[in-house]
Design a protein around this ligand. Structure first.
Ligand code: 13P
Length: 243
């Protein structure tokens, strides 16, 4: 069975004082039968790993190279050195605003694995691809281009049009996409593909979490806005543990 994962992506949000929110999330995670991962901004990694022992910490991006003259970048080794266990790669905001294609995303995922981090590889279709009926094909192409040969990964399906909008795909659309992703991962990795956690991301809230988690091949969520406050994120963690 894939591990159930409640993951939070804080994006470019959070100050040192917000570690108290992380501590509340960490305390709640101790009681629950699911894994909680929070990916805070790099500036909070040190205190997050120091003060939040019941959750796993991840980075939001890494460079494909272990070190070098790349001003402003951070390597997977550096994240591991800070105590991180995971790293998000290929988020649509990186693909869109930083021009990252699947070849780069795959290189980043490989760098993460080489540094003993588990990559959370993000994929997701644009609105026009959904509307023209090409969503599954678009996501399949991204997956084929972005996943490394090593199956120690987490896959996050985040339809771009659902991120931060309050709009989510129908339950049927979520099921169809996650079933197609499971089939592709199984084709690619054999039986290890059946153990990969597939997360849904895009406007997950306490109000819709239980229904989303009831889909067979949804093994958790990658949550943006609703992961910033413990009062929003803890109910999502609870819904996942109960699913
Ligand atoms: P929201 O939950 O704010 O829609 O963001 C989703 C996301 O991009 C997580 O990586």
């Amino acid at each position: 069975m894939p591990t159930k994962i409640a993951a939070g992506n804080w994006k470019m949000n959070g100050q040192q004082t917000d570690i108290s929110e992380l501590q509340l999330i960490s305390k709640a995670a101790d009681q629950l039968d699911c894994r909680t991962i929070i990916c805070p901004p790099t500036t909070l990694l040190g205190n997050a790993t120091k003060f939040c022992n019941e959750i796993f910490i991840g980075g939001q991006d890494c460079h494909p190279k272990p070190s070098g003259a790349y001003t402003g970048d951070i390597s997977a080794n550096m994240l591991a050195d800070m105590g991180a266990s995971y790293v998000i790669v290929g988020h649509s905001e990186r693909r869109t605003y930083h021009g990252e294609n699947s070849t780069i995303v795959k290189a980043k995922a490989e760098a993460a694995i080489a540094a003993d981090l588990k990559p959370i590889i993000c994929v997701g279709e644009k609105l026009q691809q959904r509307e023209s009926g090409d969503a599954i094909e678009a996501v399949s192409l991204q997956i084929k281009g972005s996943i490394p040969t090593n199956s120690e990964i987490i896959l996050a399906y985040e339809p771009i049009w659902a991120i931060g909008t309050g709009v989510i795909p129908s339950f049927k659309e979520i099921c169809q996409m996650h079933d197609a992703i499971r089939a592709l991962l199984t084709k690619n990795y054999g039986s290890s593909g059946q153990k990969i956690s597939i997360l849904y991301g895009g406007s997950v809230k306490p109000s819709n979490a239980a229904e989303i988690f009831s889909a067979t091949n949804v093994n958790g969520a990658l949550v943006g806005g609703a992961s910033l406050k413990s009062a929003d994120f803890i109910p999502i963690m609870r819904a996942l543990a109960k699913s």
